[in-house]
Every structure is written in C-alpha cells, then in structure tokens.
Design a protein around this ligand. Sequence first.
Ligand code: FAD
Ligand code: SF4
Length: 490
Amino acid sequence: MKRILYIPFDHLHREYGVLKDSDPKNDLIVLVESARMTSGRPWHPTRLYFLISSARHFAAELRAEGFTVDYVKAATTVDGLTAARRRHGDLPIICAEPSSFKQMQNLQDFGVTFIPNDFFLTPRPLFAQWASAQKSFLMENFYRGQRIRLNILVDGNSPLGGAWNFDKDNRLPPPKNFTWPPYLEHEIDEIDREVASELNYEPTTTWATTRDGALKQLRHFLEYHFAAFGPYEDAMTADNWSLHHSLLSPYLNNGLLHASEVVAAAIEKFEEGSIPLESCEGFIRQIIGWREYVNGMYWFLGEEYREENQLNSTRKLLPLFSDSSKTAMRCVKEAVGDIEKRAWTHHIPRLMVLSNLALLTGVNPQEFLEWMRENFIDASEWVMVPNVIGMGMHADSGRMMTKPYISGGAYISKMSNYCKGCGYSPKNRTGDDACPFTTLYWDFLDRYQDEFKSNHRMRQQFFGLQRLGDLSELRQRASEVLNGLDAGDI
Ligand SMILES: Cc1cc2nc3c(=O)[nH]c(=O)nc-3n(C[C@H](O)[C@H](O)[C@H](O)COP(=O)(O)OP(=O)(O)OC[C@H]3O[C@@H](n4cnc5c(N)ncnc54)[C@H](O)[C@@H]3O)c2cc1C
Ligand code: SF4
C-alpha cells in the first residue's frame, strides 16, 4: 500500500472526497470510531447509532468493492490514525478538508495532507470571495448568485417564473383534515443490530444507515412531499412530525447523499411537470442557498464566532430542554418530545419554538448550542454554529441576520394547531393563563430597547411596545414565567 485515505464519518460518499481518486491496489482506507465521539458527551443515542452504523455500512461496502479497510476504535482520531500507521507502515495520510476548525487543526498538526472539501457546491474560497465583497451577508443575495452560477431555475440571468422566491405564496398553516402519506420505514440489518446492541439502544426504523436507504428517502420525498413542500414549509402540527419536509439533512451531512444529486433529482422531477414552481424553488433554496450559505459563513466568520454572546445572556439551560415533562407549553413539549423520540424536528420548531424560547429567556447561547449539538441527528459544528449563534440566538450583534427571530404566541398559533390543546392562551400577555411566549416577547422588547430600537426593521415591534398600557403587570408576569421555567413548572 502506498497511501492511507482517511474517511471521517461525514465523508461517506464513494464519488467525493479522497475516494473519488482512489485505487484499491495502492490505497488503504481508514475510518476511526473515536471514544471522544461516542462517549465524550451525553449524545442522543439515535444520533450515535445513525453515525456509527452508517460508517460501518460504508466500510463494509468499500470492502465488498475490493478495498482494504481498517475500521479502528480508538480514544481519539489521532490515536486511531497512529494505530493504523503502526499496523500498516508510516504511509502518507490523505483526507478531504474536515468540516470543523478543530478537526482541521488536529489533523494538520498530525501531518495529514488535505485535498479540497467537495461535499458542498461552493468551494470555501469562492464563498469567502462573495462574503468579502458584501456590506451585509444577506442570504437572498448569495442565493440569487448561486442560481445563476449553478444554472438552476434560471433563464440566463433571470429567474424562472419571474421571481427569485415565492415566499408570499408559501407560509400556510397546516392543512386541515389532511391524510398524511405513511412515514417511510427503513429496515434494520445485522450491522444496525450490532451497533444498537453496543449502544444498548432500541434501533429506530426512522433513519436509514446506508446509501440505498438514503436514496429511498430522497425518492419518497420527491413522490409524496415535494409538490406541497413550499406552501407548508413553515407549518407545524401535532398530527404529523415531519409534514412535507424531506428528512434528508442527516444523509446530506454525513455524505450518504451529495447536494448535487439531490438538486439534480429535484429538477428532474420538476421538469416532469407535476411540481409547482413555488415548491421546487422553495426546496432548491434550502439546498443551494441556506445550506451552502451556512457552511460558507462558518468558515468565513472564523473559529471564535461560536463564543459570541453579545446580549450577555447567562441563564442556565431550562430544564424543559432536557425533559419534555418539565413544561406545560404544548408547542415546546411537542418539539422536545420529537427530539427525544427521533433526534429531529423541522426548521420552524428549531427556530421559532426552541431558539425563540432560549433567546427570549436569555439562555446562554453556548449552553443552548451544546444542547442542540448533542441532541440532533444532523448536527455538526459547521451547521449548528451559524444556525444557533447567528440565526437562532442573535448572539453576534446581527452579523448574520438583520434582526432577531423572536415572536409571541400569535405566530405559533397562526402556523400550528398546538395552541388549541394548550392550557395557555396565545392572546394573553398577563395573568395565569398568559402564553409564556407572548409575555416574554414583550418583556424582551422592553429589556432590549437600547440594543434594538434603532433597527428600522423592528420599528413596528417597538411601536407596539409603546402602546402597551400594562407594562408593570407584564414585567411582573415575565418574572414569574422566568422563575417557573427555571423550576420546570410552566
Ligand atoms: C437553530 C437551528 C439549528 C439548526 N441546526 C441544524 C443542524 O444541526 N443540521 C442541519 O442540517 N440543519 C440545521 N438547521 C437547519 C434546518 O432546520 C434543517 O436542515 C432541517 O430542518 C432538516 O430537515 P430536512 O432535511 O427535512 O429539511 P428540509 O426542510 O427538507 O430542507 C432541505 C435541506 O435544506 C438544508 N437546509 C435548510 N435550511 C438550512 C439551514 N439553515 N442550514 C443548513 N442547511 C439547511 C438541509 O440540508 C435540509 O436537509 C438548523 C436550523 C436552526 C434554525
Ligand atoms: S399558547 Fe403559547 S405555549 Fe401554548 S402552544 Fe400556543 S404558543 Fe405554545
């Protein structure tokens, strides 16, 4: 053997990264299951099961193809690579650029040679070139450039259908009396059972752990959910935990699927004629816009960005985040309950329920970030840091987002059916049955007037605050709500 090709657990694709130029005669493949990754923190068992089983399946597929694969269990990645060298000789180690600053540094220090990371559609230097030329980093501007650069849903430099996005036609509440298609279940095999037994975990059929399963999930989405993706992408319902979302983030993030394959399959389906443009555009925007933008911003903003806490928020993580029985707020109970069951909930519960609550209550952004990192199946450093620090917690003085994503109960009431079965009332901001979101929303504006009053995008919100005649009562209720949330009895 002439080289060691090191495959991190999020580079599991045969056609990308180091494997695209590999040769079973000269290249030894090494994967490392590090104890730091499996037992270093209170990781959600579904997340561990998914990541480990996917990697072991991938190793088995490479062996079946004729590669020599060393799947090493070690304390750390570097220990694993050291052990591989001890066994196979002092060979050069090649890897595609890792997906976090920390891993990049560790491997660099160990002497690993990198090739560019091609698991995204936008090379890191290209994004940096775009970002360096911006006054503010509006995702929409980046996205329009992506549409033209990648030649997707455009006619020359103009958007297909005459508009770059159709959000005004989207944002519908959940459909009433709708029969949801059955969830796709994935079969469990011998490798899954082995991993589950090591983790002492009951394996789930929600998530696939192979490329075949990931492709099945893609086809299922295109067949049953793609057409209605756009209009309902912001809706939440107690009747169905995934609505029309694709459930593809785990596979996109661990490499079982590549963004270019997902985009190509979506465009092919759209061209068959049964998918409305607003759904196709809405989905494409998530993949070539948001996903690429978030990855680009992670690298552009730098390693220190994850420590930002510009609002000086110091509250400890609320008990309800780790235990859904610690709250009577139905929207929060459902979102945390979904995470407990399957390590996933869609974008709007992440942003407008969980992050909204953390921001309004002043939870420390780093504590909230760590909780999200540990509990989501699709969490990685590159994607969680900008989404939580920039988008969810507005902890970066608005470097990413022009205003904080905050709302009272009215937004959740409009976009979901949670409030009907909740003991709190989204319309009330004071009194025992006041919706905690509504109370804390006004209290947040009251507390942070100095920080946000000059933000012209928040003028309406502050205008509303000035018209409140019950501010002292509101402050009193907010203090009760915060104490109740800290005690886990709201
Ligand atoms: C606070 C917060 C934390 C988040 N943490 C993660 C995370 O750890 N991992 C993760 O993959 N996504 C994260 N997201 C983005 C988004 O919520 C998930 O990508 C999405 O819910 C995954 O489900 P899906 O595959 O069904 O997505 P769909 O709604 O079907 O969207 C399709 C794809 O678009 C991509 N996408 C859409 N929005 C984003 C975004 N903001 N950032 C990155 N990719 C995006 C994802 O790859 C997703 O699979 C987070 C968002 C917020 C607000
Ligand atoms: S009333 Fe408030 S707490 Fe209850 S479900 Fe609605 S938004 Fe959530």
